[in-house]
Design a binder for this molecule. Structure first.
Ligand code: UD1
Length: 413
């Protein structure tokens, strides 16, 4: 890609990856055809489709996706699929709740820290599941899960979703304390409620679920992706950008809007979304990642690119994941001035970034390198770009339509 082009025009935001994954998995709780709209065409969604098909479910369609998990013929989520996507662990709770057993490969190591699943397992055990770890797999058995009151030591998004799904079919009432409150959890809870589940408090840190004997199929929408929206909003920060972010949910972006405004960008509501304008003068601001409604960790790497061009010094503190600074060394290769000190990065603004060959290490890191390439002088070549396809639908097309000079070079990884 060649940097330095002015980005302007409209971009339409796709369905949220992190909402689509649990929502598609929730079809395991029902017998019959579910219909989901606004499903993004992403590698992670294809992985979920493969997992569901492997369990015996019928899956049809793409943006509108129909799933029938009437007959479940396998209880195993194999390593080959789970290793490409940690969120595969989401199938554990629903499978046990619906069929009484599941065998799911442990996700293993991850570029952005240890990311254990101990809290998922602790919660299922509290609901009466017998769980063993054998040959790299979690094996869970529970003829019928029982409602329980539990406290999550750490706010966990997929942990909350896993247990929320499991609890819908459990006997009695489950109360989740210190539950995660991300919009994706509210989307999932709305879908489950449409299936006949009894849920209160989704979107707060206490969720109460009264188990029912069976759920029925549903027709539902996936919410727009707030991380994709935030990434394009940040892209508007460079060189007189002026982008209409259409189809987003501004109420899911409050903290991002506040931070980018503090950094000097102008963000105003327009019909169907937000207009984001920048004169290219970025004020350095401090950022701390936190669970929702705090600043999302999934936008930390992208925000670091913006701060690299700030007028002063910014401290970016990552509190959600350990070791989520894999992008820093690549940004330094492009001329950024960043020092990592434990969980903080000290980012001193520079006048420009320069194109370089760089390597993507994970999904959000690859988004940050694309942003850096958009603003850098000269040519940037990003390898291992397949990471981006896990979470950004048609990113080259969307950026090209905004005026970027970007293309995928076939045959390179
Ligand atoms: C989800 C998102 C991911 C986002 C993250 C934080 C999906 C598919 N992925 O990931 O994009 O970056 O939330 O917003 O929705 N933890 C434990 N034990 C557990 C579970 C988690 O210690 O059993 C820790 C993790 O190591 C991490 C923290 O809890 O430090 C938060 O992780 P969690 O919210 O679980 O992240 P994911 O659900 O994997």
């Amino acid at each position: 890609m060649q940097g330095g082009r002015r980005l302007h025009g409209d971009v339409r935001i796709s369905g949220a990856k992190n909402a689509a994954l649990p929502v598609l998995v929730s079809s395991l709780l029902t017998d019959g055809w579910n219909t989901f709209h606004n499903v993004p065409d992403l590698a992670d969604v294809r992985t979920i489709k493969r997992l569901l098909t492997g369990f015996g479910a019928e899956v049809e369609g793409c943006e509108t996706l129909r799933i029938n998990a009437g007959k479940i013929t396998s209880h195993e989520a194999p390593y080959d699929l789970v290793r490409t996507m940690r969120a595969s662990i989401l199938v554990l709770g629903p499978l046990v709740a619906r069929t009484g057993r599941a065998r799911v490969s442990l996700p293993g190591g991850c570029a952005i820290g240890a990311r254990p699943v101990n809290l998922h397992l602790k919660a299922l055990r509290a609901m009466g599941a017998e769980i063993e770890l054998r040959d790299g797999y979690v094996e869970a058995i529970a003829p019928r899960l029982k409602g329980a009151t539990m406290y999550f030591d750490i706010s966990t998004v997929t942990g909350t979703e896993n247990i929320l799904m499991a609890a819908t079919l459990a006997e009695g009432t489950t109360i989740l304390k210190n539950a995660a409150s991300e919009p994706e959890i509210v989307n999932l809870a709305d879908v489950l409620t449409g299936m006949g589940a009894k849920i209160q408090g989704a979107g707060t840190d206490v969720i109460e679920i009264e188990g029912v004997d069976a759920l029925h199929p549903v027709e539902a929408d996936i919410i727009p992706d707030r991380i994709e929206a935030g990434t394009y909003m940040i892209a508007a920060g460079f060189a007189s950008g002026d982008i209409n972010i259409l189809g987003c949910r501004p109420d899911h972006l409050d903290t991002v809007i506040a931070k980018l405004s503090e950094a000097g960008m102008k963000i105003t509501p327009v019909e169907g979304g937000l207009r984001v304008v920048s004169d290219g003068n970025i004020t350095s601001v401090d950022v701390q990642t936190l669970p929702y409604p705090g600043f999302p960790t999934d936008l930390q790497a992208q925000m670091m690119v913006l701060m690299s061009l700030g007028g002063g010094t910014s401290i970016i503190k990552e509190t959600v994941f350990e070791n989520r600074f894999m992008h820093v060394n690549e940004l330094i290769r492009m001329g950024a001035d960043i020092t990592v000190d434990g969980s903080s990065a000290i980012v001193r603004g520079v006048s420009c970034l320069r194109g370089a060959p760089v390597m993507a290490t994970d999904l959000r890191a690859s988004a940050s390198l694309i942003l850096a390439g958009l603003v850098a002088e000269g040519t940037t070549e990003i390898s291992r770009i397949y990471h981006i396809d896990r979470g950004y639908e048609h990113i080259e097309e969307k950026l090209s339509a905004l005026g970027a000079d970007i293309r995928r070079v076939k045959g390179k990884t």
